[in-house]
Structure formats: structure tokens, C-alpha cells
Design a protein around this ligand. Structure first.
Ligand code: ADP
Ligand code: MG
Length: 381
């Protein structure tokens, strides 16, 4: 067991890393963050911010020398970085699991190889693959295999011709072509898995996306108990097959009543932000616990919750060129609403700037309050 006041390493300095730092600090640990951005949300509050690239040898050596264990908040950390650090300290999740989750092609291959449910897709390496792939995949979504996020690196295409144009737009980078599925709804499972293989699930969230970015998460999800149990079981298999240690997010589509895995995130997940305010243990504390080999905490929820993402768009409601701070007083007026802002210096449309969670006993009331607050602050459908 790694106990306080040990120092923990965090690869990535975004909001997920920031919440990890907060959890670790509350628990008595110190944190070193590696992120190339001088103003990274986690780097600003860490005990030490190594402002360097993810493959900077000197920075990696500092992590290896000063940290008792290292984790990540960002799936695009080079797998070589994780493998290098693992020679000196425990790295959780490990390089192999991250390598699968950071590449859509590997991810789909992993699901297929393990008999886990996934949608129809084709691997696209060259234009020819778009001419010969199964025509039944259209209408489809072409997604770059690496470095896509929040709907970036994705194109919706109705036929082969459009797909070829999109592929050219992506500079012939390796892609997956996914059949566009009719979605009943989307859910996610966030779980934590310890080194001993113990798993604790957070309650399943129902996720609503707007323009390809998570907008609202609702807990409990409006799905049957059976569907949620199946989703948790699939997520547990994903974690076990990857020998995963840490907090894992698994996104699902429910299409024509069937569950399929959309993608996995080797880190806490945006749809698990609600655990900060509605669960006995949140997903970040659970990440610390798994990293340090502490027993996992109770992941149950004490409240119903609705989480709303705050994107940079609402800084530009009046004027598309000049950012204006949203009127936070409108949110602070709601007594059962918890606002979290990430301390990012510049707002941009589509950039995740913060979120809020409404909690309470009555799921319908919580939802109504959250949606009213969402429109009061200017978030549009
Ligand atoms: P990201 O990495 O940006 O989260 P996703 O692959 O999860 O990318 O896509 C974002 C959202 O776009 C999904 O949550 C879903 O709403 C929609 N989407 C993605 N792929 C499909 C698909 N094959 N069929 C239908 N909707 C999809
Ligand atoms: Mg996604």
C-alpha cells in the first residue's frame, strides 16, 4: 500500500487531472503533474508542475525518481512513456490498456477478439478500403483512429464518395468507418478495478450528446435494471481482459434494444463527474485508491443527480469575438446545485470549461431543476 504523504505522478493536466489532484490532496498525498501547457488546470494546483512534453526524458526521470506511482488522465499519452515509467514505479493503468483505448482500430479489434458487443465497422488504411468495404455500413461515421475527441476527427458520410472526400480531409490517416446506428439512448459505466481484481461500479449514467459532445448525464439512467446489469458486466469483462487497474469509463450505445460498446476511456470519465457530488466515493478518489493499492471505496450514490457540461460557447452569447463571463450568480441561486469551474484561461466554443451537478432525492425534480439552470445560464440545445 502506498500511504500519505507519498507523492503521486499524473500524466496530463486537464480537468480530470485537476480533480485527481484535489482528491489526492484531501487524502494526504502530494502530486506531480506532467503537462506541456503552462496553464494546465491540474498543473496550476499540483505540488509540482513539470511543464514538458509527454516524452521529455528529463521530466520522465523526475517522475520516476520522485513518485511512488504514476497514473494518467489523458489517453493520448504515448504508450512508450507509460512503458518507460513502469520500469521504475507502478503505472496504473498500464501501457497496454492505454494503447488499446487510444486507438479506435485497436479498441474495436479488442472488442471483437473478446466477443464483446460492438457495432459494424471497417478498418480504413487507404482509399481503396472505402471502395471495397461493405456498402451496408452507409450511412456511416468516419473516425480517425487516433487523437480524436469531443466529436473532432469525425465525419458523417452517406456514401462511399463522401467517405473518400472525408478521408482525404483527414490526410489519409488510418480511420475506422462505423455504421451510423439508430440510438435508443446512450449509457456509460464508470468502474474502478484494483490490483487484486476487485471491481466497484458507480451507478450507470444516461448520456445525452449535443453536436458530438457530452451535454447532460442523468443518474439513475432511465434504462431497465437488466440493461444496466448487462452494461456493468460487459464493462467488467473489458477491465479484466485488459488487466486494468484504476478508474475506467466504458461508453455504450443502446440500439434497437441491444447494448453495444462505443468506446473506452482509460481514466475517469466526463459522465462520472456526478460522482463528486452524489456518491460516497467519487471516481477520482477511487483512482487514487486503485493507484495506491488501498481498498476501493463505497461507490454507491446517496442522491439522484443530473450533470450538465459547461462549454465555452456560453462566453460568446452576445458577441462572437469577445468573451464575456457567464452570470454564475444564476447557478449559485440554486441551493442543490454544485458548480465546478476548471480554471481554464481562455474560453472557446466547444471547450469544456466546467460543469454543474444538481442533486436531490426526486429524480424528476432534479432533472427539471438541472434543465432550467442549463437554459438560465444560456446553454442551447
Ligand atoms: P468522442 O471520442 O468524441 O467521444 P464518440 O465516438 O464517442 O467520440 O462519438 C461521440 C458521439 O457521437 C457519441 O456519443 C454518439 O452520440 C455519436 N456517435 C458516434 N458514433 C456513432 C455511431 N456509430 N452511430 C450513432 N451515433 C454515433
Ligand atoms: Mg465518446
Amino acid at each position: 500500500m502506498i500511504l500519505p504523504p507519498a507523492t503521486l505522478g499524473m500524466l496530463g493536466g486537464g480537468q480530470l487531472g485537476r480533480f485527481f489532484v484535489m482528491a489526492a490532496h484531501e487524502m494526504g498525498y502530494q502530486v506531480v503533474v506532467l503537462d506541456p501547457d503552462t496553464n494546465s488546470p491540474a498543473g496550476k494546483i499540483a505540488d509540482r508542475h513539470l511543464c514538458a512534453a509527454y516524452d521529455d526524458q528529463d521530466a520522465l526521470n523526475v517522475l520516476a525518481e520522485t513518485c511512488a506511482a504514476v497514473t494518467t488522465e489523458f489517453e493520448n499519452v504515448p504508450a512508450d512513456t507509460l512503458a518507460y515509467l513502469a520500469k521504475f514505479v507502478p503505472v496504473r493503468p498500464g501501457a497496454e490498456a492505454v494503447a488499446i483505448c487510444q486507438n479506435r482500430m485497436k479498441e474495436k479489434g479488442f472488442l471483437k477478439a473478446n466477443g464483446l458487443p460492438h457495432g459494424p465497422y471497417a478498418e480504413i488504411h487507404k482509399e481503396e478500403d472505402l471502395k471495397t468495404c461493405d456498402g451496408a455500413l452507409f450511412p456511416a461515421i468516419l473516425k480517425v483512429a487516433r487523437f480524436g475527441y469531443d466529436g473532432k476527427g469525425q465525419a458523417r458520410v452517406v456514401n462511399r464518395e463522401e467517405a473518400i472526400v472525408a478521408f482525404q480531409g483527414f490526410k489519409h490517416e488510418a480511420c475506422v468507418l462505423e455504421a451510423m446506428l439508430p440510438l435508443d439512448y446512450e449509457v456509460s459505466v464508470v468502474l474502478a478495478r484494483s490490483a487484486s481484481g476487485e471491481i466497484k461500479y458507480f451507478p450507470v449514467a444516461e448520456n445525452q450528446h449535443t453536436r458530438g459532445i457530452l451535454d447532460v448525464s442523468i443518474v439513475p439512467a432511465r434504462a431497465s435494471g437488466c440493461m444496466m446489469g448487462d452494461a456493468q458486466e460487459v464493462a467488467a469483462t473489458v477491465a479484466a481482459k485488459m488487466n486494468y487497474i484504476g478508474t475506467l469509463g466504458v461508453e455504450f450505445f443502446v440500439t434497437r434494444g441491444q447494448l453495444v460498446v462505443n468506446e473506452m476511456a482509460p481514466r475517469p470519465h466526463n459522465s462520472g463527474h456526478y460522482t463528486l457530488d452524489a456518491c460516497v466515493t467519487d471516481q477520482y478518489e477511487q483512482q487514487v485508491r486503485a493507484l495506491c493499492d488501498l481498498p476501493l471505496g463505497d461507490a454507491s450514490a446517496h442522491s439522484a443527480a443530473v450533470m450538465v457540461n459547461i462549454l465555452g460557447d456560453i462566453w460568446f452569447l452576445d458577441d462572437s469575438h469577445h468573451a464575456k463571463e457567464p452570470d454564475w450568480a444564476k447557478l449559485y441561486a440554486v441551493p442543490n446545485l454544485k458548480l465546478h469551474l476548471y480554471g481554464k484561461h481562455h474560453a472557446r466554443p466547444g471547450r469544456k470549461m466546467g460543469h454543474f451537478t444538481v442533486i436531490g432525492n426526486d429524480a424528476a425534480e432534479v432533472q427539471a431543476t438541472a434543465l432550467a439552470a442549463r437554459s438560465a445560464i444560456g446553454i442551447r440545445d
